[in-house]
Design a protein around this ligand. Sequence first.
Ligand code: AHR
Length: 348
Amino acid sequence: MKEKAKKIRFLSILILLAAVIVLLVFVITKSKKPLTLAEEEPTKKLILGFSQIGSESAWRTRNTQSIFDAAAENDIQIIIHDAQQKQENQLKAIRSFIVYQVDVIAFVPIVEDGWENVLTEAKEAGIPVIVVDRQINADPSLYAGFLGENGVEEGRRAARFLQNKCRDKTDTVTIFEISGTENSSIVKDRARGFREIIDTDPKFQIIHTENGDFLRSRGKEICDVLLANNVRENGNTTNTLYYNGQKIDVVFSHNDSMTLGFLDSLESHKVTAKGTIFISIDAEQESIDALKSGKLNCVVECNPNLGPTLMELVKQIAEGKPIPFMTFNEETVFTENDDFSLYEPRGY
Ligand code: AHR
């Protein structure tokens, strides 16, 4: 009898223990927070559609690379389209980004006008747009913001160098200007900033402006023609450059590619043009080297490394945060008066 009671007690303890374990398991699973959708699914990558204008210069190649690298570093999926210098290709690319429903669109506008329709379409599709490098002429409500250089200030910087360099001159200072892509904001802005400063002194005179499309080949061609006319008009091609019989004191070129092409031509014709002042914009390594060797007098920096800041802006937009409407790059000026030993390699 005693044995039977013992067995019953033992069984009851077992049953009680089992009940406690079941209860504990139930309480623990119930107290666990349910998974959110984001926790259940692997996080979706942001998709950026980027329309680049082409690869007209080493600056542009660096600009594309910077954006590409920064997208990878930030785990952002990027769809890059090369417009081959045509606005119609950019319009098509932006429309394809809208159809694809990317999260954000960024583009470098080759020219200033003609973007309102496509930006309205992006806005209606709920896709925010960031304008990169060059500016546009459009209703500001159609895009989230701009990231790039201050072209007006770049032009001013080039002119301030010239103003200072020629401060003791009383004679006329003649300027031959080589500009880039027609109707681009960057050319207009640089030209405006440059004139804003030189127009304060009547001794500075722009005797000619030639469009070199930001291309090295065009810079060379422009100088070849000048030198050919130089022989015709002045019978020599040794030191002095002329335009329509007028001596050129300054060559102001809107980018390094055109400047370097101009120097290529001088070199191949064995012309030193020592008395001419050369001012360029961009600050590629090759033009910094030309500055060091005395072939250039001043190079205004235009910073192509826009990738990291662009990705920050893309992430902010995706998080629903506002972005500044204008974000300008930090830029400097390199001149013949600098201590070259302090220069860091440019990387492009
Ligand atoms: O828009 C920036 C300009 O375009 C750079 O100065 C030039 O090199 C580039 O092609």
